[in-house]
Design a protein around this ligand. Structure first.
Ligand code: NAD
Length: 272
């Protein structure tokens, strides 16, 4: 028969651990923050939004799950703010055990007219930010001999689509960063993996529907049917809860030997 202590470990597998989730004021990051808090982790939230809404998220997480939730307003285009966010979490919580690089943006336009400043912004948020967080988090993880780094890549880290040059480039890049960081930390109890979701119905996807319609010269309804859900043989959006469950699994003992992997959760998109 299980003891009470081991039952508690099963229901709160991240009890006492600490996690930073970038871009967790919305969508996938918010779902992961909820799942980690429910599993017992103290969570540092990050991302943009209305201050009162962010405060509601923070206080709800803390009250509902009995964990410490703090918020960092660090802008993922600014290396100094990014590294200082990791230092603040380490000071506040005593450690950063789990790092989820999730913040991301999209812009849909042909390469010829793609605004260079959008290119720079997407590469900074979707790729370079993860380099800075990982560099800042690894020394503490190595010192404790345990760490979990999860990069939210995309099916677009494995295959391309037209009109998403910066996003596809950044997502392919983060898979390279995942593999390199995994090799450099493999002997230190640290795992580094990439999750590659297909389409998830979040504000990031909702916002790109009108631009995709314009770029392809079709209606918004046709974009959902013939571009978005057409890409996924299941013809269904991937759920935020499904991605959060995979992130939790990557923090579990069962995933101790998984490192450097790119894990598709895309309704069969990249199997085609
Ligand atoms: P979302 O728009 O709902 O959330 C994005 C988050 O990033 C928000 O919290 C936002 O405030 C934050 N953010 C944006 N710019 C930032 C900055 N400069 N500094 C700090 N935070 C910033 O989007 P989402 O769909 O939840 O996307 C989350 C991640 O998942 C992204 O990396 C995205 O590329 C990836 N992804 C999404 C899908 C999808 O279909 N939604 C599919 C594959 C991968």
């Amino acid at each position: 028969m299980q003891t009470t202590a081991s039952n508690a470990t099963l229901s709160r597998p991240l009890q006492g651990k600490t996690a930073i989730v970038t871009g967790s004021t919305s969508g996938i990051g918010l779902g992961i923050a909820h799942a980690f808090a429910a599993a017992g982790a103290h969570v540092m939230l990050n991302g943009f939004g209305k201050p009162e809404e962010i405060e509601n998220i923070r206080s709800e997480l803390s009250a509902k799950h009995g964990i410490e939730a703090v918020y960092s307003p660090a802008d993922m285009t600014k290396p100094v703010e990014i590294r200082s966010m990791v230092e603040t979490a380490a000071k506040q919580f005593g450690a950063v055990d789990v790092l989820v690089n999730n913040a991301g943006i999209q812009h849909v336009e042909a390469i010829e007219t793609f605004p260079p400043e959008k290119w720079d912004q997407i590469i900074a948020i979707n790729l370079s930010a993860a380099f800075h967080t990982i560099a800042a988090a690894i020394p503490g993880m190595k010192a404790r001999g345990w760490g979990r780094i999860i990069n939210i890549a995309s099916a677009h880290g494995l295959v391309a689509s037209p009109f998403k040059s910066a996003y596809v480039t950044a997502k392919h890049g983060i898979i390279g960063l995942t593999k390199t960081a995994a090799l450099e930390t493999a002997e230190h109890g640290i795992t580094v993996n990439a999750i590659c979701p297909g389409y998830v119905l979040t504000p990031l996807v909702q916002k790109q529907i009108p631009d995709t319609a314009k770029a392809r010269g079709i209606s918004e309804e046709e974009v959902i049917k013939t571009v978005i859900l057409h890409a996924q043989p299941t013809h269904k959006f991937v759920g935020v809860d499904e991605i959060a469950a995979l992130a939790l699994f990557l923090c579990s003992k069962g995933a101790n030997s998984m490192t450097g992997a790119s894990l598709s959760i895309d309704g069969g998109w990249t199997a085609e």
